[in-house]
Ligand binder design. Sequence first.
Ligand SMILES: Nc1nc2c(c(=O)[nH]1)N(C=O)[C@@H](CNc1ccc(C(=O)N[C@@H](CCC(=O)O)C(=O)O)cc1)CN2
Length: 458
Amino acid sequence: MKNNDTIAAIATPRGHGGIGIIRISGPLVTKVAYVILGKIPKKRQAEYLPFRNKDGLILDQGIALFFSSPDSFTGEDILELQGHGGPVILDLLLQQIISLSGLRIARPGEFLERAFLNNKLDLIQAEAIADLIDASSIQAARAAINSLQGIFSERINELVELLTNLRVDIESTIDFSEEKIDLFSKIKIESRINNLITRIDSIQNNANYGCLLREGMKVVIAGKPNAGKSSLLNALVGNDVAIVTPIAGTTRDVLREHIYFLDGMPLHITDTAGLGHSFDEVEKIGIERARFEIEKADHVLLIIDSTTTPTPIIDQYIYWSIIDCLPTNIPITIIRNKADITGEKICISEIKGYPIITISAKINLGVDFLLTYLHKIIGFTSSTEGIFLARRRHLDALETAAKYLGQCKLKLTNYYANEIELLAEDLRLAQQALSEITGEFSSDNLIKKIFSTFCIGK
Ligand SMILES: Nc1nc2c(c(=O)[nH]1)N(C=O)[C@@H](CNc1ccc(C(=O)N[C@@H](CCC(=O)O)C(=O)O)cc1)CN2
């Protein structure tokens, strides 16, 4: 797809800074250079020049950089005007540029979109740039760099190539035989499908990990009023973010979530209203919201006041009445709080398959132990070696591809020899799902949607 219009935008954040950059991309870049600089700068060489308006008035004095098509970030002609970083001066310069006919302000992500459409990078790499900019930890940034360098794309492309070869072989069988596979071919195809399944499984593991690094995990603290939910939140995030009082029901509404970085992975911790039975209208709304939060959780920390429940076994009623009203598919860890009062040892035990950790949130006893435990159950390490950042969209596509490969294998195992074209169809659908990850076969709508979430000037 060729773009005829030339786009311009301020590429640096708004505000006062040392340097501010305006980037222009498209066929009219040389015209802009003549108007603003009076010349076309030498390719890929920084030149210190006055930036003028149409009447020759100097607006700023800075560095100009010219990249000629196709050797540029977008693949088009690009001019960068690196001036002083003040909003007034940059706006004035940008106004001058877009007042030239054929020029307009770029949409968010449009430079990257053009780079993608001109095959400078694939969709994974474009997304990795956005994720690199938005990275909230060193580990997430490293993983984004890995994706940007093509580690993820390479693994998808390898898989697509193996799939294509297998499809070609199977489809030629359809063409030339009587749609039957002999036993020898069947075994060979089966081993090739198994190889694909193993590979996709390993990519899925890596991508799950990368997605966790990007999105983090949602941990919800739940429990009866006054069990110490807010104290636990404070102990975990390390400052007094929630109001803690000994009056039951202080947390009337769900508090905003707080982020704690566990080896670079964001833990989104939400403290909820007490899960008691309240007759107070305001508190009832809080409890409803708490349930809503719990349903979206990856992990629930169900906190119990150990002073009112001397041993977990005795007070089964309290545990199970709460657990019974929680969704069954979300892992729950029971936290026995207030060990400073009961003098209980910091430990981990288990009841009916639920892990129980004894702590004192108030005096910060066992909180590190709890974090180490969370760390372990997530299976998270701080190493980003070979880890690439992934998005939910990638996980969904990988799952679809894995589903079709699984179906294909099943059909082959059951040896529906006369359904060989169905095998080929499964492989085609698996390949299509994978190609959507890199953007090779993505719909225009999906591509527009992805790029529109990027920032202006990117
Ligand atoms: N001043 C400035 N700094 C920047 C960018 C930019 O656009 N301008 N970038 C923007 O995001 C990033 C760097 N990304 C870039 C990617 C490709 C090319 C480029 O010129 N590619 C050519 C030539 C490659 C080569 O010589 O090896 C090409 O792909 O053909 C430039 C910058 C970060 N820093």
